[in-house]
Design a protein around this ligand. Structure first.
Ligand code: FES
Length: 556
């Protein structure tokens, strides 16, 4: 709830700032248009509902920022979190002058706080005032953009809209600052005329020297109050810890003899950070991404509080079993627990919501495709390294696109070979059909590639493809950034052996009868063999297909 309130109050403030900057942008046209735009800006934001929404959001956002400072258990933050926090803190010194000089000047001194007053004050004032006004735009805008990025980056539409959002993020402040700078320059030119500034200040009912001093004093006091509040929040943290210690101590064991103990009341993610244990948290602990999920064990596991409805929803989405919880939401009571983070610390948005069984190992019926270029050594002989890399990349692109178009997942490239998995999210029959479709597409793509490169190749590229289907262990394997979803087991080894058999049978494709049966297809025109596979009991029935491009005509 707190996170949502912060987000929605942030949205209101963001809309306000955006419309304010768009108003400034009218300064690119003329001072008159700039002031006319303000009329429409005020119709919205100075109406009664506009004021309630705006000041309500401001108060809420500020209070929640102080609350977050008080609640934050550790200051071990990512650089982005530090940047957002730091910019949020800078809004107060940069922004008080602006707020006091416009809103408070209007309320208490009857100043017509439009552009003539603001521009006139900047011209009559110091460079520091100009720096604070323009700097405020950078500080507020970057703070807001980082917040929105964290709030939206897991949304499915975010990647698609990213180029447009980047453009908005650059254009709005650029236009606003540009308009304000031009308006300031034009106003400064007008101010060269003797008596212009004095007349302007009279028209807007500018405060006298005592009034200006009073406004400055209010601005200083507001800054002092904000600083004191921030310091009070920081100072209250040790007291909070002392208070929470009364609730007992939580001890977490992370394996590798790493242990973290802290007062009860912290989340597991906070404790990981306190203990310097790398932990994935793509959404920054807001309970949305699921990347912080951990397996919880240990003697006191039974006394854990049940997940909230929100946590339950996220866990259900990844198919998490009962002993898996979100580290950012779980606050274990006093006791001892064994914690196993389930995703690598470097996990990114793509890992959010990946199915539990896929991420942490599970048995699944999959179809596996192995493909390899025939005689690649002789093809590459005498070629420049650049040519070989170019050729391989064209080949990888063609085969990769074929696999993806068929609905499979490209698992890895090994030298000039390719491994692909089908069936991570579909039923076995569809997986097997997808694998056959991929083999067909690969053969066609290779034909196109041979044609396109006929002038550069002494001999045509030929391919060998092995297809088999069956149960395999599917899971996230590797270390840190090198980990990825893959499959291992007898099915994978068999598919690899079938690919090797294409040489022996002098064909382009060897596919197991198991896969064809599961797909509900047959290749009566293709030769049938019973083969022995090393490490596998019994013989395996396979079909040898001379040209994978003919798969559609051979099948029944
Ligand atoms: S950090 Fe995103 S759900 Fe916990």
């Amino acid at each position: 709830m707190v996170g949502r309130l912060r987000l929605w109050s942030g949205y209101v403030l963001f809309i306000y700032v955006t419309t304010h900057l768009l108003n400034h942008a009218l300064g690119l046209v003329s001072l008159r248009v700039l002031e006319a735009g303000r009329y429409w800006f005020l119709i919205v934001w100075q109406s009664f509902p506009g004021q309630v929404v705006l000041y309500g959001a401001l108060l809420l956002h500020l209070s929640l920022a102080f609350w977050a400072l008080f609640r934050r258990r550790t200051l071990r933050l990512s650089p982005w979190e530090w940047t957002q926090l730091g910019l949020g803190a800078l809004i107060i010194p940069f922004g008080t002058l602006h707020v006091v000089g416009t809103r408070i000047a209007y309320d208490y001194f009857g100043v017509h706080s439009g552009y003539p007053w603001v521009l006139g004050s900047l011209i009559a004032g110091t460079w520091l005032g100009v720096f604070r006004q323009f700097g405020l735009v950078f500080v507020v805008w970057i703070h807001a953009c980082i917040g929105l990025h964290f709030a939206w980056r897991l949304r499915p539409w975010y990647r698609t809209w990213l180029p447009f959002l980047y453009a908005v993020a650059l254009l709005v402040p650029a236009a606003g600052l540009g308009g304000a700078a031009i308006a300031l320059r034009d106003f400064a030119e007008l101010a060269q005329e003797p008596g212009f500034l004095r007349q302007t200040f009279e028209q807007v009912h500018a405060p006298d020297a005592a009034g200006v001093a009073a406004l400055n004093a209010i601005s200083d006091r507001l800054m002092a109050v904000a600083t004191l509040l921030s310091l009070a929040c920081l100072a209250a943290r040790p007291l909070r810890d002392l208070w929470e210690r009364r609730a007992g101590v939580v001890v977490l064991f992370y394996g590798d003899r790493k242990t973290v103990s802290a007062p009860a009341g912290l989340t597991v993610l906070e404790m990981s950070r306190i203990g310097g244990i790398p932990h994935a948290s793509v959404c920054g602990g807001r309970g949305r991404c699921s990347t912080c999920r951990v397996r919880v064990g240990g003697p006191d596991r039974a006394q854990l509080p049940p997940p909230s409805a929100e946590e339950q929803k996220v866990l259900a989405r990844v198919g998490a079993p009962e002993n898996v919880r979100l580290a950012c939401q779980l606050r274990p009571p006093q006791g001892r627990y064994r914690i196993t983070p389930l995703l690598p610390a470097a996990s990114g948005p793509r890992d959010a919501y990946r199915q539990q069984s896929q991420a942490h190992g599970g048995e699944r019926y999959v179809a596996i495709l192995f493909a390899d270029i025939r005689g690649f050594t002789s093809i590459s002989e005498g070629r420049l390294p650049y040519d070989i890399v170019f050729l391989l990349n064209r080949y990888f692109r063609a085969t990769g696109e074929a696999v993806q178009a068929a609905g499979g997942r490209l698992d890895k490239f090994i030298g000039d070979g390719v491994m692909a998995i089908f069936g991570l999210n579909v039923e076995p029959q569809i997986a097997c059909r997808q694998a056959l479709d991929a083999a067909h597409r690969m053969a066609l793509a290779l034909g196109d590639l041979n044609e396109a490169m006929s002038d550069d190749l002494d001999q045509q590229l030929r391919i060998g493809i092995g297809l088999h289907a069956g149960p395999a262990i599917v899971g996230e394997m590797g270390f840190e950034r090198t980990s990825s979803l893959t499959a291992i087991g007898d099915t994978v080894n068999t598919a690899s052996r079938l690919e090797a058999l294409t040489k022996e049978f002098a064909v382009e494709l060897v596919v197991s009868q198991d896969l064809l049966d599961q797909a509900g297809m047959d290749l009566p025109a293709a030769a049938r063999h019973e083969v022995e596979i090393r490490g596998r009991q019994g013989r395996l029935a396979v079909r040898a297909v001379p040209r994978a491009a003919d798969l559609t005509t051979l099948s029944s």
